[in-house]
Ligand binder design. Sequence first.
Ligand code: F6R
Length: 242
Amino acid sequence: MEVVIVPDAKAGGALIAGAMADLLRRTPDALLGVATGSTPLPVYEALAAQVRSGSVNTSRARIAQLDEYVGLTADHPESYRSVLRREVLEPLGIGMDAFMGPDGTAEDVQAACEAYDRALTEAGGVDLQLLGIGTDGHIGFNEPCSSLVSRTRIKTLTEQTRVDNARFFDDIDQVPHHVITQGIGTILEARHLVLLATGEGKADAVAATVEGPVAAVCPASALQLHPHATVVVDEAAASKLK
Ligand code: F6R
């Protein structure tokens, strides 16, 4: 695992956007796995600036979703499909025809999860998966004690994660209780994992990820098992590393 400490979130965003742009120059139809939440926004902003300046071409790029709320329709403003359309696809000039994600409104959610895992494999696998991290060490919505070999499946959100995500809704009662998330085993199949963590609130989770044992109690520690994992942290998030 490679750990890169950057001065701030903007520098982290620029670094990762640079890696994504290099990948797209080498592999124009690369499949980029993307996360939602606040942390990746500087990455998307920096990559969008490169698209606007013409230094990278996204016309053949493909985007894969990491996780989705169960029960929010695709056009609900806080479904992750909508969020990614606003924050990633539109700014990068990528159409929804190049987007893949699980169906959070499927009648048979388990079948939808299995179908998404198969679709990722059939698409050739994710080339670069961008991850954030929860204060409890979750990646995607694999909360602590998720199996490290789990596949895409339905999960129940912890109360803490619902509280953390309530800022995107009018009130906490609107935050769904269930999500579909790529499993940790699914995530580990991406060819390159890039985790970005910024701010002091992530410092304990980053220390457990990088310096703790590989353990289900900190799902992100599974990155230690991956042959090509990069953890990009700002100085605040690195503050508890030895
Ligand atoms: C969301 C996701 C989550 C977030 C994590 C951190 O797609 O995968 O694991 O990355 O909850 O969220 P922020 O970045 O908002 O602190």
